[in-house]
Design a protein around this ligand. Structure first.
Ligand SMILES: [Zn+2]
Ligand SMILES: [Zn+2]
Length: 258
């Protein structure tokens, strides 16, 4: 059995064939799938998918590039949906400095930090784990999380790329989301870093529809590719597929309590 801990099933790319994708994933052993929150307008649809399929869960939260002015209306929407029993985490939240020059855009950075802190505090007050998105912003993400580390019940650095800044940085339970990147030719630093991480800290994700693993790189990703990602991880760690499947699934169950 596998769990896809990060899959944007609410993407428009799946609108027409959602049923088939979920059934195919199930048939390949991907029994649970978590939809992370990204755009506030898609949250109700993510909740609707989770309500329809027993193995699908979702997280509430806004991606750092989607926060807009992060007003009260937005905050209320993130908060209200937490009462849905299929909502099992806060995320994906964090910082993303990839799309602007971070040396002269302090206002954007401050806005992202404000939304990030609000949502971390929401996770803590609701006893929920956190799905972290960080891109070109690892130092600031750790600086902010340090303020809360003793109160966070668990978090995952999703789409982990092998940056050691994120390893052993926090005292709270920390997991690393391993996806298609592990199969990319240019990801040797990730594969090297993985040798040093305990198996108990690894969980699987597709981040579909993005980042399809080899040999599907560049095409639309789907949760059906989780066993391919698991195979690449097994080759990287010289471990049987069975061991990868059992351990990553148990780790995900422990973090998300699903
Ligand atoms: Zn992300
Ligand atoms: Zn994502």
């Amino acid at each position: 059995m596998y769990i896809d801990t990060h899959c944007h099933l609410d993407s428009k790319k799946y609108k027409e064939n959602l049923d088939t994708i979920i059934t195919n994933a199930l048939n390949l052993g991907v029994q649970k799938i978590i939809i992370p929150g990204a755009d506030i307008n898609d949250l109700p649809y993510a909740a609707q998918i989770a309500e329809k399929y027993s193995g699908v869960f979702f997280a509430s939260g806004i991606h750092p590039t989607e926060i807009g002015d992060f007003d009260c209306n937005m905050q209320a929407k993130i908060k209200d949906i937490l009462s849905n029993p299929k909502c099992i985490a806060i995320g994906e939240i964090g910082l993303d400095y990839h799309y602007f020059d971070s040396n002269n855009c302090d206002d954007i950075k401050l806005a992202q930090e404000r939304a990030f802190r609000y949502q971390i505090e929401l996770a803590i007050s609701n006893n929920l784990p956190i799905i972290i998105h960080t891109r070109d912003s690892n130092d600031d993400v750790i600086r902010i999380l340090k303020d809360y580390e003793s109160d966070i019940i668990g978090l995952v650095f999703h789409c982990f790329g092998g940056d050691k800044t994120l390893v052993n940085a926090l005292s709270c339970p920390t997991y690393f989301g391993i996806g298609g990147v592990v199969s990319f030719k240019n990801a040797q630093s990730l594969r090297d870093c993985l040798q040093e991480l305990p198996l108990e800290s690894l969980i699987l994700e597709t981040d579909a529809p993005y980042l399809a693993p080899m040999p599907h790189r560049g095409k639309i990703n789907t949760p059906e590719y989780i066993p391919i990602i698991a195979t690449h991880l097994g080759e990287t760690l010289c471990l049987d597929l069975e061991i990868i499947a059992t351990n990553t699934t148990n780790n995900a169950l422990k973090l998300f309590k699903i």
